[in-house]
Design a protein around this ligand. Structure first.
Ligand SMILES: [Zn+2]
Length: 58
């Protein structure tokens, strides 16, 4: 077991100001049927394409 920090993973992080997300994988190689995601605690991960949506506060 190593304690490698989680800040250098391959996951895609998308910053958004919305808590309701419609994700379709951006239509690329990771494209998938559109799903609606609802953030909890300021973030939600798409179960299809593994992108992580993070609430942007500014
Ligand atoms: Zn997705």
């Amino acid at each position: 077991m190593s304690d490698t920090p989680q800040n250098e993973t391959s996951e895609d992080i998308v910053y958004t100001s919305k808590t309701e997300i419609a994700c379709d994988g951006d239509g690329g190689a990771l494209g998938h049927p559109r799903v609606f995601l609802h953030m909890e605690n300021g973030r939600v991960e798409c179960p299809y394409c593994d992108r992580v949506f993070v609430l942007k506060e500014d």
